[in-house]
Design a binder for this molecule. Structure first.
Ligand code: C2E
Ligand code: CA
Ligand code: CA
Length: 606
C-alpha cells in the first residue's frame, strides 16, 4: 500500500518535472536563505548554467548583477513575510543578451503552514517589450512631430490672420461696406489707369457714367434704413448685371454710383448701357414683399470730349451731365459736352467772383418805391440787390442769387444787404422827416431765414443803424414758409415779437394752405407780378387778384401788387381796392442817389 503510494508520488514528481521542463517560462525556487533549490531547464538555459552550478547557491555567489537582484531580494523577503504573491517586470543579462521578463514570486507552503520556499515564474517578454519600445519611440517621434506641426500650424494661422487683416484693411479702404462694390478711391485708380492707357493709345475710348437715384431719399425715409440698404444692394446688383464683366461699377456714397466703360467704340455704346440701366430700373423692385419703383438720372462723360489730364475732371463732368439730366426732368441721361463745360466753367468763375465781390464791396442796393393808392405817395421801398461786376457790368440778382443761395454765400451777402438797406432807410428818415416814408422792405432768402442766429442778427442791425423795427419789413416767399412748416411759424412769431413786419413775397405762386394762412403772423401779401402783368388781357388773373385782395382784407392785412407797368393795370387795381402798388409804372429800382432825388421830388399818383 505504502509502496503503491510512493510510486504514485514519484510518478507525480516525474510528471511535474516534465511539465516544468516543457514550460517556456523560467521557474526558479529559492529557500529561506534565497539559495536556489530548483531551476527549470528553460531557466537554466537562459543563465547558461548546469543544475550543479546553480543549486544551493545565492545570487551573490553566482555573481548576478546586484542592481537587479537587490529588488528581487526585497520581493522575496516580502513574500516570505506576508505570504502574498508579488508581480513585476525586470530585465536580466542572459546568454542571449539582455532580456525582459514578467515575473510572479509566490510562496510555497510547508505542511505545518510555514512558508518554506518561494517560486519565481519569469516569462520572457522581450519581444513584446521590443514592440512596446518601438511603439513608444514611434509615439515619441509622432508626438515630437505633432508638436512641430502644431507650432507650424500656429505660425501659419498667425500669418493667415495677418493676411486676412491686411485684406480686410484693403477691403475697407477700397470697397464699399454695404454693396461690396469698389468705392471712390478704387474707382479713381481704375479711372487713372484708363486715362493713362487712352493717352498712350489715341483711339482708346472710354466713358464714365455718373448715376444718381431720383427718389432714394423718399424710399429711405418711408421704408426705413434697413430697407433702404437692401434697396441699394439690389441696385448695385442690377447695375453690375447691366455692364460687361470687365467694366467697373462703384458706389461713391449715398445713392450715387459710377460706371467705367472701357470697351466702347463710340458714344452710342455708352448710351446703350445708360438706356439699358434705365430700362432695368423701370421694373418694380421687390424688397421682401414690398414693390418699390425707382429711376435714375445718368450723366455720361466721354474720354474724347476734352483733353483730360486728371481722372477727377472726368468724374466732375459726368456729375455735371447728371445734374443736367436731373434738371431736364430726371429719369433720363445727359451727355456731357463742351457747352456744358463752358457753362460749368462759367458757374465756377461766377462763384469765385462772387466770393471776391463781398471783400471788394461790389454789391449795391437799389430801391424801388412802393406807392400807396390811398395817399398817392411813396410809403416805402423794396431793397433790390445789384452786383457791379468788374467785367460784366451791373448784374441782376437773378444772375447770381441762385448760385449765392446754392453755395451758402447768400447768408453773408444777405446780411450785408439788410444792414445797408436799414442804414440807408434810417439816413433818409432822419434827412426827410416830412415825407411819408414808412417801411424798407428787404428780401430774405431761404438760407437766411433758417439761420439759427437770424433774430440776433436783425436785432444787432437795428441796434447799430438805429432803425426802428416798425420801419423794417422782411419779404419771405410762400415756398420758404411752406417748406419749413412749424419751424417757420416759430421764426415768424419771433420776428413779430421783435416788431418787424413780414410780407409774403410772390404770393399766389407757392402752395400755402389757405387754412394755415390765418395762423401766420404776417402783415402783407405781395401779389406776384405774373398775375398783374397780363392782367388786362386775362380775366382769370383778374379774378385771382381780386381773391387775394379780399383775402388780405379778411385777414386784416394789406396787399401790395407788384409789377405794375401800365396805367390800365393801375386803374383796375384801384377798382379792386388794392392799397399799395409797385412797378416800373412808378419807378424802376434806382440807386441811392437817384432814390434820394425821387424822395425829394415827392411825386403823387392820385
Ligand atoms: P422780387 O422780390 O419779386 O423783386 C421784384 C422784382 O421785380 C425785381 O427784380 C424788380 O426789379 C422787378 N420789377 C419791379 N417792377 C417791375 C415791373 O413793373 N415789371 C417787371 N418786369 N419787373 C419789375 P430784380 O431786382 O431783378 O430782383 C429779382 C429777384 O431777385 C427778386 O424778386 C428777389 O427774389 C431777388 N432779390 C433781389 N434782391 C435780393 C436780396 O437782396 N436778397 C435776396 N434774397 N433776394 C433778392
Ligand atoms: Ca421781393
Ligand atoms: Ca416779388
Amino acid at each position: 500500500m505504502e509502496s503503491e503510494q510512493s510510486s504514485i508520488f514519484s510518478m507525480q514528481i516525474e510528471l511535474l518535472d516534465k511539465v516544468l521542463a516543457a514550460s517556456s517560462d523560467h521557474i526558479y525556487i529559492s529557500d529561506r536563505h534565497l539559495r536556489y533549490i530548483y531551476a527549470s531547464p528553460a531557466g537554466l538555459a537562459a543563465l547558461g548554467l548546469q543544475p550543479a552550478e546553480l543549486l544551493g547557491k545565492t545570487w551573490q555567489e553566482l555573481g548576478f548583477p546586484p542592481d537587479i537582484m537587490e529588488l528581487y531580494d526585497e520581493d522575496c523577503q516580502s513574500v516570505f513575510q506576508t505570504g502574498i504573491s508579488i508581480t513585476g517586470e525586470t530585465s536580466f543579462p542572459t546568454v542571449h543578451g539582455i532580456r525582459y521578463y514578467e515575473y510572479v514570486i509566490a510562496p510555497i507552503w510547508g505542511d505545518d503552514g510555514e512558508i518554506i520556499a518561494v517560486i519565481n515564474t519569469s516569462r520572457d517578454i522581450s519581444d513584446r517589450k521590443q514592440v512596446e519600445d518601438a511603439l513608444r519611440l514611434l509615439n515619441q517621434e509622432l508626438e515630437a512631430r505633432l508638436i512641430k506641426t502644431t507650432q507650424e500650424l500656429a505660425a501659419l494661422n498667425q500669418s493667415l490672420r495677418l493676411e486676412i487683416a491686411q485684406r480686410q484693411q484693403r477691403q475697407n479702404a477700397f470697397y464699399d461696406g454695404l454693396t461690396g462694390l469698389p468705392n471712390r478711391a478704387l474707382f479713381m485708380e481704375y479711372l487713372t489707369q484708363a486715362l493713362q492707357q487712352a493717352k498712350r493709345h489715341k483711339d482708346n475710348l472710354f466713358a464714365v457714367l455718373f448715376l444718381d437715384l431720383d427718389r432714394f431719399k423718399i424710399i429711405n425715409d418711408s421704408l426705413g434704413h434697413i430697407k433702404g440698404d437692401q434697396f441699394l444692394i439690389t441696385i448695385a446688383q442690377i447695375l453690375q448685371a447691366c455692364i460687361p464683366s470687365t467694366d467697373i461699377v462703384a458706389r461713391l456714397g449715398g445713392d450715387e454710383f459710377t460706371i467705367l466703360l472701357t470697351e466702347i467704340k463710340d458714344v452710342s455704346d455708352a448710351i446703350k448701357v445708360a438706356e439699358r440701366i434705365q430700362q432695368e430700373l423701370k421694373l418694380p423692385l421687390k424688397l421682401d414683399k414690398q414693390e418699390v419703383f425707382t429711376s435714375a438720372s445718368i450723366g455720361i462723360a466721354l474720354s474724347s470730349t476734352l483733353d483730360y489730364d486728371q481722372p477727377e475732371q472726368l468724374l466732375r463732368d459726368a456729375d455735371t451731365a447728371m445734374y443736367r439730366a436731373k434738371a431736364l426732368g430726371k429719369s433720363r441721361y445727359a451727355l456731357f459736352n463742351a457747352d456744358m463745360y463752358a457753362s460749368a466753367l462759367f458757374r465756377l468763375q461766377l462763384e469765385v467772383d462772387l466770393r471776391r465781390a463781398i471783400e471788394r464791396q461790389e454789391f449795391q442796393v437799389y430801391y424801388q418805391p412802393i406807392v400807396s393808392l390811398i395817399t398817392g405817395s411813396i410809403i416805402g421801398f423794396e431793397a433790390l440787390l445789384r452786383w457791379q461786376h468788374p467785367q460784366r457790368g451791373l448784374l441782376s440778382p437773378v444772375d447770381f442769387i441762385p448760385l449765392a443761395e446754392e453755395t451758402g454765400l447768400i447768408v453773408e451777402i444777405g446780411y450785408w444787404t439788410l444792414f445797408e438797406a436799414c442804414r440807408q432807410m434810417q439816413a433818409w428818415l432822419m434827412k426827410y422827416p416830412h415825407y411819408s416814408l414808412e417801411k424798407m422792405s428787404v428780401n430774405l432768402s431761404a438760407k437766411q431765414f433758417c439761420q439759427p442766429n437770424l433774430i440776433e442778427q436783425i436785432r444787432h442791425i437795428l441796434h447799430s443803424t438805429g432803425l426802428k423795427p416798425y420801419n423794417l419789413a422782411l419779404e419771405i416767399t410762400e415756398t420758404v414758409i411752406v417748406e419749413n412748416g412749424d419751424e417757420a411759424i416759430a421764426i415768424l412769431l419771433k420776428l413779430r415779437e421783435l416788431g418787424v413786419e413780414i410780407s409774403i413775397d410772390d404770393f399766389g405762386t407757392g402752395y400755402s394752405s389757405l387754412g394755415r394762412l390765418y395762423s401766420f403772423p404776417i402783415s402783407v401779401l405781395k401779389i406776384d407780378r405774373s398775375f398783374v402783368n397780363p392782367m388786362t388781357t386775362d380775366n382769370r388773373n383778374l379774378d385771382i387778384i381780386e381773391i387775394i385782395v379780399t383775402l388780405a382784407d379778411k385777414l386784416g392785412i394789406r396787399a401790395i401788387a407788384e409789377g405794375v407797368e401800365r396805367p390800365e393795370q393801375l386803374a383796375i387795381l384801384r377798382k379792386l381796392n388794392c392799397q399799395s402798388v409797385q412797378g416800373y409804372f412808378f419807378s424802376e429800382p434806382l440807386d441811392s442817389s437817384h432814390t434820394a432825388a425821387l424822395i425829394t421830388a415827392n411825386p403823387q399818383w392820385s
